[in-house]
Design a protein around this ligand. Structure first.
Ligand code: SF4
Length: 363
């Protein structure tokens, strides 16, 4: 059996489910990862687990979704000023206040899709235009941005950093206390970079079990079982189900690159008030590449502005795990992947998009 199929083995899944069924559970868990949500919905794990007293909600783990309207407006403003905006495909379709980057492009703004930051740097090498790379994502994608800036890219290459640190969001979510959670499944890819240690403060402060998990169905089921076992013996520690990839200390080289280039800054996330020290701001040494600093005057009126969410969109509550996509009255009707109202329907990592792709409208 291939390693992949091993992690989809039905007999093993049945054994884990049987164990969970014998534990008489009544748990609400959260995960913070679009790839986990994809696995959970694709394989029907949420419905299966619900039958055994385990509810799983997706939290603020989709980079496109947590990017704020104000940040989209910053990219739009620079596009209007004639800069070439380059970013990943999903970002183009996120609605700003009145339009998306895609709309701006159709009206003549220079907006380009790239598949990596290297593509963006190569574009800068071929032109005299100012190239602004809109950098999103957590600790998983931030190292490639950091390494690019450490390699001294062309002078006409800039970064609009919307990178974020994940652990401060976990602290904020638990601190808000809106949803009583009994455990968190942590994302394998972010954990590959930050390791296990980064989560320890959260478990000790909030007395909550956390398990780092891979992305196959058995990874998720095993993580749920490990959390249930911790609760059974009144433990609240960080465990690693994804030992085949994640090391306790993380990836020290990637962490070093992040800390050389970025420093933590307070920032709003969609659906959240300002989260202390949660944004990766570009350090002063690299400010010649920092689009936010270079065009500070142009962006002054937009930065941290309180823009309202699209009318009727529940994305902000979906991101806090308070509602499921189908509870939004716009889901699947007014809002669908061809006509997204909020970012949770735009991104393939967003709860609404995932729900729509696998289950469409089931009210
Ligand atoms: S279905 Fe659309 S409008 Fe509703 S929460 Fe999701 S993204 Fe927002």
């Amino acid at each position: 059996m291939s390693q992949l199929m091993e992690f989809r083995d039905k007999t093993t899944a049945d054994k884990i489910i049987k164990k969970l069924a014998s534990m008489d559970l009544n748990l609400t868990l959260m995960h913070v990862c679009g790839t986990h949500q994809d696995t959970i919905v694709k394989y029907g794990l949420d419905d299966l687990l619900k039958k055994h007293g385990v509810r799983i909600r997706q939290g603020p783990g989709c980079p496109v979704c947590v990017t704020t309207t104000s940040e989209i407006e910053m990219a739009l403003e620079l596009a209007k000023k004639g800069k070439t905006i380059v970013t990943f495909g999903d970002m183009l379709r996120v609605p700003g206040l009145k339009e998306s980057l895609n709309d701006a492009r159709s009206q003549g703004a220079k907006v380009r899709i790239v598949y990596s930051i290297t593509d963006a740097v190569n574009l800068a090498k071929k032109t005299d235009d100012d190239i602004v790379f809109v950098a999103i994502g957590f600790e998983t994608t931030a190292p490639s941005t950091a390494i690019t800036l450490l390699k001294d890219p062309p002078k006409n290459f800039f970064v609009l950093s919307f990178h974020r640190y994940l652990p401060p969001a976990l602290n904020a979510l638990l601190g808000m206390g809106e949803l009583k959670l009994q455990g968190i499944i942590e994302p394998g890819h972010v954990s590959t970079i930050i390791g296990m240690n980064a989560y320890e403060g959260v478990s000790s402060k909030y007395g909550i079990p956390q398990v780092i998990a891979g992305f196959e169905p058995l990874d998720v089921l095993m993580a749920v079982y490990m959390i249930a076992k911790q609760i059974h013996v009144s433990k609240s520690i960080v465990e690693n189900e994804y030992k085949r990839v994640v090391k306790k200390e993380g990836n020290l080289k990637a962490l070093k690159a992040i800390s050389e280039v970025f420093e933590p800054k307070d920032a709003k996330w969609r659906g959240f008030p300002k989260i202390p020290l949660s944004k990766m701001a570009i350090k002063k040494e690299f400010e010649s590449f920092d689009a936010e600093k270079q065009w500070a005057d142009e962006l002054k009126s937009i930065v941290n502005n309180e823009f309202t969410e699209p009318k009727g969109c529940e994305c902000h509550r979906v991101l806090r795990g308070l509602v499921e996509p189908k509870e939004c009255t716009l889901f699947g009707e007014t809002c669908n992947p061809n006509h997204p109202i909020g970012p949770c329907m735009v991104s393939i990592e967003g709860s609404c998009n995932i729900e729509y792709r696998y289950r469409r409208i089931i009210r």
